[in-house]
Design a protein around this ligand. Structure first.
Ligand code: NDP
Length: 271
């Protein structure tokens, strides 16, 4: 069945790849991100790109009002926009940390607040929230990113229960390493950290690990994510969580079953 789908963070990476697939399958796909020029290819394919920053309420209102006036409903909201801020808790300026939470957590909440009233009225809908394997485990230097994704996990669990009486499904996507612009954006953010940082060695290791993950077999193709999203979009009864891509199952499993101290030891042996 043809669905009206709204995807945030579709100017690159897994959002863009999935938008292409869903458009080709005949769905009505609205894609949003700040870099509208990066979504022209989606327009050519038959998608509906709109410029939007998830931290700007006026932008969100514009997008939701446009879709409702054109189609009267939103069947699927995929809250996917996000980025990774890495650096020690001591070094990261709190304003940068707030921006991380604004995009990864409050942006998702703001989108949800604007879309849910229409889904409730329709007594139907699916909300997919992109968390991460990093919402279940952690690396040093990733405090704010991991805090944001742990928050997405908790927020989504509560939301799932709140929306159950209205027949709205809430699904958490937990990607592992996926080859997207994520690594480049994360490395870009290293410039926000003081050059004389006491954590320089660890940061260098993280930078190398991030660059290595982007190479060869270090990460999965974004198509593994689009396969999962297609499954969720077409399911009457989706699972509550989808772990997809390299290390998405192994890492959280290690964290739970090995316990914190052994997991810490394994992670720190790589630093
Ligand atoms: P990309 O960097 O390729 O894509 C991120 C998308 O988010 C872009 O389209 C970007 O668009 C958008 N975005 C960022 N900030 C904003 C904002 N303020 N308003 C609107 N859109 C925004 O990375 P991925 O595709 O990998 O990331 C998608 C999601 O997956 C993120 O939530 C990320 O945390 C998560 N994830 C990624 C993993 C990976 O290994 N790649 C692993 C686990 C989770 P623009 O800059 O044009 O606004």
């Amino acid at each position: 069945m043809k669905k009206v789908i709204l995807i945030t963070g579709a100017s690159s990476g897994m959002g863009k790849e999935t938008a292409k697939t869903l458009i080709q399958q005949g769905h009505i796909v609205y894609t949003v991100a700040r870099r509208i020029e990066q979504m022209q290819d989606l327009k050519t394919l038959g998608g509906h790109p709109i410029q939007m920053d998830v931290t700007k309420e006026r932008d969100i209102d514009n997008v939701v009002n446009t879709i409702i006036s054109e189609h009267g409903k939103i069947d699927v909201l995929w809250n996917n926009a996000g980025f990774g801020l890495y650096g020690s808790v001591e070094d990261i300026p709190l304003d940068e940390a707030r921006k991380q939470m604004e995009v990864n957590v409050f942006g998702m909440a703001a989108m949800t607040q604007k879309v849910v009233p229409y889904m409730r009225k329709a007594n139907a809908g699916t909300i997919i929230n992109t968390s991460s394997m990093g919402g279940k485990m952690y690396f040093p230097m990733g405090a704010w990113y991991h805090a944001s994704k742990h928050a997405v996990e908790g927020l989504s669990d509560c939301l799932r229960l709140e929306l159950k009486p209205f027949n709205i499904k809430v699904v958490v996507l937990e990607p592992g390493f996926i080859a997207t612009e994520f690594g480049a954006v994360l490395l870009d953010n290293f410039s926000k950290i003081p050059k004389e940082s006491a954590y320089k060695n660890m940061m260098d290791k993280i930078a190398k690990g991030t660059a290595d993950a982007a190479k060869g077999n270090g990460s999965s193709k974004p198509s593994v994510i689009s396969d999962a999203i297609v499954k969720i979009v077409n399911s009457h009864n989706p699972k509550t969580r989808y772990k997809v891509g390299k290390f998405s199952v192994l890492m959280p499993w290690m964290r739970i079953y090995l316990g914190d101290k052994l997991f810490d030891k394994i992670v720190m042996s790589q630093m």
